[in-house]
Design a protein around this ligand. Structure first.
Ligand SMILES: C[S@@+](CC[C@H](N)C(=O)[O-])C[C@H]1O[C@@H](n2cnc3c(N)ncnc32)[C@H](O)[C@@H]1O
Length: 239
């Protein structure tokens, strides 16, 4: 459906980082337009589940421009929120948005090596539209599990696979043909990052497979909630 091919595994992190650096200023607008603003309600659903846990210390990993972190920062139980991303430009937007939340700190860091976080130190870890972008999904999940306290929760929001063939057909056309065009329009020309986004979904496990991977990695209470016929999906797991 597109001529774009994924970067090799050893080049993926560099590709992802360099390209998010470039699109940081347009990222939130792109998300609003390509999802008809729906990503906001999906993110609110994640925060609603998180809130029920009354977490004190939370890590929002691959936080990007802080679009989820600003929501988490408003959870009343929060004492400390770490918003971590490896793109300084995305993080700069997050820092500005989180300025009025003193409990939130932004940190440059790699989701596959959470060097500054002690084992069993956090009540919750959240990732939104980030796991698909890491070089090695299982390595990232092991780091998430390592830094979580026993009983801590992991919430992961990302794209999913649509089960219905008919809806899936139209979803694919939209995701592969229209979404890149929205990106080009916002960007003011062709940009391979907007081709990468749909293609990366082909290399990311579907919701059932990700559930199995989470269970294999030792998470319990693994379940997921589909949004818009499975176009987006929120996974829950507990250490
Ligand atoms: C699609 S954006 C999601 C941003 C935000 N979570 C949201 O939902 O709006 C993905 C983010 O993941 C970050 N990212 C990708 N791989 C990463 C890694 N290995 N370590 C840290 N951040 C990473 C990118 O820099 C980018 O900001």
């Amino acid at each position: 459906m597109t001529a774009f091919s994924m970067p090799d595994k050893d080049k993926k992190s560099t590709f992802v980082k360099e390209n998010f650096e470039k699109i940081a200023s347009k990222y939130d607008l792109f998300n609003d337009l390509n999802s008809f603003f729906l990503h906001r309600s999906w993110k609110n659903s994640l925060v609603k589940i998180l809130k029920k846990e009354s977490p004190k210390e939370v890590l929002d990993l691959c936080c990007g421009t802080g679009d989820v972190a600003v929501r988490i920062a408003q959870v009343p139980s929060i004492e400390k929120l770490h918003a971590v991303d490896f793109s300084p430009s995305m993080l700069a937007v997050a820092s500005t948005r989180l300025r009025s939340f003193p409990k939130a700190i932004t940190e440059v860091g790699d989701a596959m090596e959470l060097k500054t976080f002690a084992s069993s130190s956090l009540d919750a870890v959240t990732i939104s539209f980030g796991l698909r972008n890491v070089k090695d999904l299982r390595v990232c999940l092991r780091e998430v599990k390592r830094v979580l306290k026993q009983n801590g929760i992991f919430l992961n929001l990302d794209v999913g696979k649509v089960e219905s063939p008919i809806i899936g057909f139209f979803a694919k056309i939209y995701f592969f043909k229209i979404v890149p065009l929205i990106g080009y329009l916002i960007w003011g020309g062709k940009n391979e990052m907007f081709d990468y986004l749909p293609v990366s979904s082909l290399h990311y496990p579907g919701q059932k497979e990700l559930k199995s991977i989470l269970e294999e990695e030792g998470f319990r209470e693994v379940y997921y909630k589909n949004f818009v016929f499975g176009n987006a999906v929120l996974h829950h797991g507990r250490k």
